[in-house]
Design a binder for this molecule. Sequence first.
Ligand code: ASP
Length: 355
Amino acid sequence: MQRHAHRDTRRQITRSRKATMRIHITYTGGTIGMVESPNGLIPGADMRGWLHRLITDAHLDPDLFSFTELDPLIDSSNATPDNWQAMIDDLHSHRDEADAFVVLHGTDTMSYSSAALSYALAGFGKPVIFTGSQHPLGKIESDATANVTGALNAAMSGRFHGVGLFFGHHLFAGNRVSKSSSWAFEGFSAPSTGPLARTGTPWHWYAGSALSGEGWKNPKPYTRHDVAVIDMAPGISAARLGAMLEPRPEAVLLRAYGVGNVPSDEPGLTDVIADVLHDGVPVVIASQCQQAEVLLGHYETGDAIARAGAIGSGDMTLEATYAKIMFLLSQGVDAADFGTWITRSIAGEISPSSL
Ligand code: ASP
């Protein structure tokens, strides 16, 4: 009896808090709001009207919701750091008038954007939840309603305060997640950490899901930088790798094998990487494994590049690593401090145990 009474009180509090929370929704584009055209899917659905119906059907007060439609709406395959910054600017401009935020975004690069925003908004102090859908909202079999209501629930839960991504019944930390399926409704996964919560009656929140990081004081806006993302593949030659690194980029993200191995028997290959480092260009080594802990020097094949100064990405996702490199370059962090910041957690994107 006692326990039930407590639970009921808690539910009432949760319900009344939800009923008065102010939510801002930033719509950036993506399949969720697309319609058929002779050239394939393009933005064009009545997102504002659809959201209004969704909110009133859920017995929420539409006056507590604000909405921005970014211009232009984009397929997220076209996103650049300029689009990340446009989202950040919109969230900042509504920070005082909302308690929680939902960002509607295409699935293709949603996990890059959610990671990028997690660094820039480490001190934001209010939940920001990304979501989108595999099918446009107008389709009968669409996952749009489930994903948007899930994102709203996560935003209003009072249990999550960073940048998250809700999709396919799961809430993830925005800097721990990757798009893992181009078609499944459960289209995202967090290979190193798992989800933070899953839906149900009630939602199940997993233990130890708090994001911890050092934050970043007064982040400068994102700007575009020349970062080379290169995959190792069996048979890659020094000449090919060298050609891909001319002219020199501002930083290199090399997707190596396993724990960060590159072919050490291929003549001159590791020398190419050492030369790039020698020229003052940071080289970050990630893994092609979805679930990885990069440990340079564990094998001889990773040792030479580690000695030359390459930096391992620990258990960060590719998206979190790439966005972090863009973030650090935008902050003006120089090559000498790059390694320190790549391996330190700004917003929970990396586990200390993975280094
Ligand atoms: N190409 C679309 C986008 O990322 C895919 C989607 O939204 O599902 O904008």
